[in-house]
Design a protein around this ligand. Structure first.
Ligand code: URA
Length: 207
């Protein structure tokens, strides 16, 4: 599926501030939340709603409410920075976690933790991983989520590299990818250019 890149002046503004190397962790976290809110709104456009009638103080109103419950799976640790805005917009979301650590020398992701909600079957699942670089971690996480029987899977990232998008398209053509930015390329250490450096380090001040 083609990637959807946020096309909104606010997204461009927040993403530029996020990339700035002088942005401190507290502001980095706030900007991540704001960008994720915009991403969630875009990514969940297709959610189904069901008819619901309420009484306004004036009369009955035939409206719509959200249907089935969502699942969120942040990829540890950087994906945690994207979880709060999802909980805010969808307070009933069930949350699973997948821990994948990237070896800084080889850039290969190894799994150290996985805990998915028991009733994942058929439910729309949002995978949260801010940097879609090689696509290795995301592809690995999505394979596990599919094994557990999840319904439609949406991948949300803050910055994506063309290499990561291509890998996901190849491994999981059914997964829709949303990102606040699509960058130029990966460097030889598999960091995104122009990128923003190590997202987890900048989020948690561990540089
Ligand atoms: N992960 C990061 O945090 N940054 C990159 O540039 C690539 C992967």
């Amino acid at each position: 599926m083609p990637i959807t890149v946020l096309d909104h002046p606010l997204a461009a503004h927040y993403l530029t501030l996020l990339r700035d190397k002088s942005t401190e962790p507290a502001k980095f976290r706030t900007l991540t939340k704001k960008l994720t809110l915009l991403l969630i709104v875009e990514a969940t456009r297709g959610l189904t709603t069901v008819p619901a009638t309420v009484e306004t103080p004036m009369e009955a109103y035939s409206g719509r409410k959200l249907g089935g419950g969502l699942i969120a799976v942040p990829i540890l640790r950087a994906g945690l920075g994207m979880l709060d805005p999802l909980l805010e917009l969808f307070p009933d979301v069930s949350v699973g976690y997948i821990g994948l650590e990237r070896d800084h020398a080889t850039a290969v992701a190894a799994s150290y933790y996985a805990k998915l909600p028991p009733k994942i079957g058929g439910r729309t699942t949002l995978v949260l991983d801010p940097m879609l670089a090689t696509g290795g971690s995301a592809s690995n996480a999505i394979a596990r989520i599919k094994e557990a029987g999840a319904g439609p899977i949406l991948m949300l990232s803050i910055v994506a590299a063309p290499e990561g998008v291509a890998r996901l398209n190849e491994d999981h053509p059914d997964v829709a990818v949303f990102s606040a930015g699509l960058d130029r390329e990966l460097n030889d250490r598999k960091y995104i250019l122009p990128g923003l450096g190590d997202f987890g380090d900048r989020l948690y001040g561990t540089e």
